[in-house]
Design a protein around this ligand. Structure first.
Ligand SMILES: Cc1cc2nc3c(=O)[nH]c(=O)nc-3n(C[C@H](O)[C@H](O)[C@H](O)COP(=O)(O)O)c2cc1C
Length: 222
């Protein structure tokens, strides 16, 4: 029962071939193997999208087909299947929050991506707190260290997924994850990404260098 639920969740992302070990692939030349037209674009974020349903009940779901899509106005895009409860919640409320969890919320993120809020109260089940945003008609996770409050500005039907574009009206962060420059510090935040192949989560790792330092290796050679 448990496994079939997880397989169903994986199927929604088109990942069953990986889980069953049937992801074959053809030699493509140049030492590379063709994996076919699949949604393999690591690293995929792990976001928990929170919204209210039409009765005002808070729900959350995990989404990885997501990212920043505009700087001005600041916007994010998250792609949801119509089958998710969240799809209908956001269509009705025209708002959502993006909650970017730390590793201590990994089990809750996995759970929120496995069961539907249509028949389960995921906040009650996980013990997490739904805090009402004062800026948009959506809740956020009190325990999550980084939260983006978004108002829906556009939807784009793509196929299985519909892309929801939200304008970020505020970002809220726990002091504990902020670095000296006032922005989230990856080492303090300890966010994690979704590994499509292994259907698992991987913690975001060490800093390799700043962009000016790294680009400087080539700029110096001009
Ligand atoms: C790591 C992970 C990432 C996921 N990403 C997405 C996604 O981007 N879009 C989507 O429609 N479903 C995604 N899912 C599946 C939904 O989270 C899942 O169907 C969830 O039960 C929907 O909850 P809801 O019905 O309460 O909205 C993902 C699941 C996991 C475990």
């Amino acid at each position: 029962m448990k496994r079939s639920r997880i397989m169903l969740a994986a199927a929604t992302l088109g990942l069953c071939a990986f889980l069953t070990g049937s992801a074959g692939g053809q030699p493509a030349g140049g030492g590379k193997r063709s994996l076919g037209p699949r949604t393999i674009a690591p690293p995929a974020p792990v976001w928990i999208i929170a919204s209210y349903d039409s009765a005002g009940r808070a729900n959350m779901m995990t989404a990885s087909w997501a990212g920043v899509c505009c700087s001005r106005p600041p916007c994010v895009a998250v792609s949801l299947r119509e089958a998710t409860y969240t799809y209908h919640c956001i269509m009705a409320s025209e708002a959502f929050t993006v909650n970017i969890p730390s590793v201590d919320l990994a089990a809750a993120a996995a759970y929120a991506g496995t069961v539907s809020g249509r028949d389960t109260d995921k906040f009650a089940a996980t013990g997490l707190t739904a805090v009402r945003s004062s800026l948009v008609n959506a809740p956020y996770l009190g325990e999550c260290p980084l939260v983006l409050e978004c108002r829906l500005v556009r939807t784009v039907e793509l196929g299985l997924h519909t892309m929801f574009i939200g304008e970020i009206v505020d970002v809220k962060a726990d002091e504990l994850i902020l670095g000296e420059n006032g922005s989230p510090d990856p080492a303090r935040h300890r966010a994690f990404v979704f590994s499509v192949g292994g259907y698992g989560f991987n913690e975001v790792g060490r800093t390799i260098g700043t962009v000016p330092e790294l680009a400087g290796r080539y700029l110096g050679a001009d």
